[in-house]
Design a protein around this ligand. Structure first.
Ligand code: UDP
Ligand code: MG
Length: 133
């Protein structure tokens, strides 16, 4: 049993898709252990996405993630990290498979509706980032 961090990004929350997306996770057997709707500062987005700091899209990405409310969740399931990545689909919604969240809701490579941790190490770091008290 693994835990992973999921974020419903501003483009999806803005379109009131957060409940619909949460239902998809639950229907696929994920348990939402923790969740909160928050808006983060750009400085926090920069810290969260630090791994991408040398990428050309880094500044826009951090502006975007801090541009409106997001829903952050700890999801639990067997193989949660990989299962969530599969359910999300490819980073660019154009490349995402039928039945994935990004295929269904993603607008563009930047406004792709959801984030999911990509490894067990990063899952722990990202869960602590949002939920360590
Ligand atoms: N991103 C972007 N332009 C790109 C690549 C990525 O705006 O050319 C954004 C996109 O929102 C993506 C995030 O940066 O979700 C993190 O990129 P990563 O490669 O880690 O994709 P993910 O793990 O989210 O599929
Ligand atoms: Mg990533």
């Amino acid at each position: 049993i693994e835990q992973t961090l999921s974020i419903i990004k501003p483009d999806a929350v803005e379109r009131n898709l957060d409940n619909e997306i949460k239902e998809i996770f639950k229907n696929k057997g994920f348990i939402i252990l923790k969740e909160k709707k928050i808006q983060i500062e750009k400085s926090e987005a920069e810290k969260f996405y630090k791994v991408h700091e040398t990428k050309p899209f880094y500044n826009d990405l951090c502006d975007y993630l801090s541009s409106g409310p997001i829903v952050v969740m700890v999801l639990q399931k067997e193989n949660a990290i990989l299962e969530n990545r599969k359910l999300m689909g490819a980073t660019n919604p154009i490349d995402a498979e039928e039945g994935t969240i990004r295929k269904k809701y993603g607008i563009s490579i930047d406004k792709n509706s959801v984030h999911g941790s990509d490894s067990s190490e990063n899952a722990q770091i990202e869960i602590d980032f949002f939920f360590k008290d």
